[in-house]
Design a protein around this ligand. Sequence first.
Ligand code: FES
Length: 490
Amino acid sequence: MSQWLTLSRAAHLIGVPRATLQKMIAEGRLPAFDGQVSAEDLTRLFPEVRLDEAGAFERITQIKEQAFGRRVRERLLPNQEVLAQRLAAQSEELEEVRRTLAHYHDLIEALREKIETLAHESPAAQLDELARFLDEGLAGVLSREEPADQVAVMDNVLRVMAAHVKVKPSNHEFFVEGNETILSAAVRSGLSPSYGCGNGNCGLCKARIVSGQIRQVHPYDYPLSASERAQGYALLCSHTAVTDLVIEMLEAASPEDIPEQQIVAKVRSIAPLAPDVQLLHLVTPRTNRLRFLAGQRVTLSVSGQTASFRADYPIASCPCDDRNLLFHIARDEEDEFARYLFAGALKAGDAVSVFGPWGRCVLAADSGRDHVFLACDTGFAPVKSLIEHAIAADVPGSLRLYWAATGPAGHYLENQCRAWADAIETFHYTTLAAATPQEAGAAAAREALAAGDIARCECYLAGPAAFVAAAQAALAAAGLPAAQLHTEEL
Ligand code: FES
């Protein structure tokens, strides 16, 4: 009897994106039933899955390091390798017990059917026949020699190391690894939970634990009422998951659900990406992070000696890393913030005020459609954020990027695109060159339309206004519904 696994657990187990398994199901290579796949089929299709090749020992080490006090670690526990090997051995034993139980279950079912066939025999003949039947059945069970199902064994080990969390009402899923908080795990996994301080003070991450056990890992000051506690409410930023959980959690479904914020961040670094494009890296305070959706922009403001300089820029990083905010800033004499930066006046350690977030060009993560990204020049910045978010959230469907360059900066992060393509089977990218943004828009749209039925995709356009207008016109003329078009003009 094979074990059945949800797609997200199977993907976690094998170490591939969920979209890869979905593609295999769509192509008929991986059978699925009711949204689940069997461990047997996974073993057949991924024969290389073994405990020692999946980073399991490292993860056990991490959990052990984080979860136990020094005294316990030093005096009571065996060393890490022994602990990991014992866990693996116990998982094999558990799997063996499960399989044996399944065989006994089959035998009892067969015995029940056998009894019905003996209804007309004499009692003595019935007893003889049942004894013979049982002897043969037991001999069959005891003589079985089947290799342990490696996927099931790994699942046993991973259940100890990573708790599975199901979110209501969205049905989103994620894993809490090691000793991380449930909030950190949700954000890392590309979800948009409600939260504020991340520090146990504001109460915005309050959620109801429907089932499963949690454990406090950070102190908190926010006072939960007795009635909230009785109903199972807890702060996600202060607790980790001990067992698999089902929780009721507020999530941002659209830009309207994200509050306007004002944060003072620090410049971590400024580095050239290309002759006329700088990478600005800001870090927010640990207790005042920026909550935003991928693809959104913010207003940056700095105070110089005689004046303040401000401008809007799309965020180039993923909301799953909410403390590190990246921006691709192009040289532009009409942009006072860019002039200040390119003049070398902004330095590491300087304070930058961040207001926002703004913008509606966000990921349609739950649409179930393929995602097509068209970018021109530094329009790559919001697209990078969207793609990183799509990867973190393991969205279904393929990701296709068309990046057109009109200037000497070219495709200044093509190595990033190559890395995505190498790591993710469902990601593909094409680079294009054009003389003007308008030509770039027409060319990128032409390529995207040639690749497949655009009406079944979510399309994201980011770049100069002329680029967006040209691409939008071509895609709309080809039948792309307006609701599936998301634009960000630079
Ligand atoms: S995010 Fe503020 S209390 Fe958890």
